[in-house]
Write a protein that binds this ligand. Sequence first.
Ligand code: GLC
Ligand code: CA
Length: 552
Amino acid sequence: MHSTETQAQGVPKWWHTATGYQIYPRSFCDSNSDGIGDIPGIISKLDHLRDLGIGFIWLSPVYASPMADNGYDISDYMAIAPEYGTHADFDRLVAEAKARGIGIVMDLVVNHSSAVHHWFQAARAATDDPVHDYYVWRDPAPDGGPPSQQRACFGGSAWHFVPEIGKYYLGFFSAEQPDLNWQNPHLRREIYDMMNWWLDKGIAGFRMDVISLIGKDVDAGIFEEGPFLHEYLQEMHRETLAGRDVVTVGESWAVSPETALLYCGRDRQELDMVFQFNHIVEGWDPVHGKWKPRPFDLVAFKRVLNDWQTALADDGWNSLFLSNHDLPRQVSRYGDDGVYRVQSAKMLATVIHMMKGTPFVYQGEEIGMTNVRFTHIDQFRDIETLGHYADAIADGVAPDDFIAGANTNGRDNARTPMQWSADTQAGFTTGTPWIEVNPNHSDINVAADRSDPDGLFDYYQQLIALRKTHAVIVHGQYQPYAKDDPSVVAFTRVLEQEKLVVVANFTGAQLQFHVPDGLTCKGQSLLSNYGPRDALSGIVTLEPFEAFVIAS
Ligand code: GLC
Ligand code: CA
């Protein structure tokens, strides 16, 4: 125990000190030349992750699936997709990871199943089958059309008609992803049993896909954070998680600092953390969303992150990330993927890893992988991009305009294969990859970066190692400075006698920074992406994307 903050946040947990690493299996490493990443491929790369120092892997879905949404459409929750491997492979992954001090956190996708799940096949065949009610059915509107105007996340209507039984089902994401009816207690029981079955295999927890949707009230038009959400999460906790030393992170596109503690407050018995997206959505167009990103506004971005740091200062716990499989590559989005690629990627990592919470690294982030530049719609693979393309073209949008938006913010940016080497297909596969590799793998790859002492991997190693030795990084109180500065992020972390000063230039320009009073310090350089800095006062010149941490 280090401080009152720690006490307020309860017993220190292994996942406070650990760093997470997300693997998107399809794009990580292909062991058998079919062009698709797989579990044996992941096992072959575990040493890379051990060297990085991570504590757990968030494994995107590896369950049986027709892969309409690359596994976020599950057809059998207790089977491994044959293209990814077998149960024996999975058990070996858990054991081999454990031998390297790494836990496996599974993706739990239970807002919806796949349309080819046997439940749904039975449900759509007969209204009197008991599993019919595992899904959300409504009668057509009086004109025979869908019951409401609700749009699906991946384009088109959210209601899908089954002529055989004359009813519509809800597929909030797509027709291939029918929503499960959480109001059915038998369905909930099946899900809890399934979760326990995985937990009993020794996994380290769950990342819960779009979990804030499970409490929806469809007829009231409430999807996010609906009236039943917390009742179900508490029941889930009682039935599966209670008494187990695992970590849970719930994905929510709706959660705000005002509602966060309802999920992860210490008295709630629900989740450990949420993945929130307020800082991501801040950069989207209010009307056109992600396809029309707005210019980056650092003041607004800092305000969002500060609000989260403040809201969870003494209770709950933050997850810290800029990237995942649904988001563009962070160095392209927030840094500079040209001349300052390495410096800006280090700067972003410094800001994220020095905040209070558990940091997550997305595969390839540790070597500064960038967005891809596709020119034709056939190069894209993502169901969301293709669905919205169809909608956009129908609305008269020029294909090139849509593709420009997809290159900036589309999900395929994160899904091009992991760049292991300068070899053909980036060392990801010896076959033909399911999605093109980024041509820049000749320069940006694991082999090249790891052999460079000034590379990103080395820097991430340091960030990840520091939080294991410096309790102030894990538990220190967060205090932001220079809140209205449009170019610089600055904050301190304080734990008893220890204090860290973190400063980051978020721009590609050299600039003069007037050091605010609370940041003036003299100490030791803990980390920096230019030369070491051990003191701060008056006016200092910051180099482009310079970032440093001083321990004072
Ligand atoms: C989550 C996943 C995303 C998926 C969606 C539907 O947002 O992260 O990849 O498409 O849920 O399951
Ligand atoms: Ca394969």
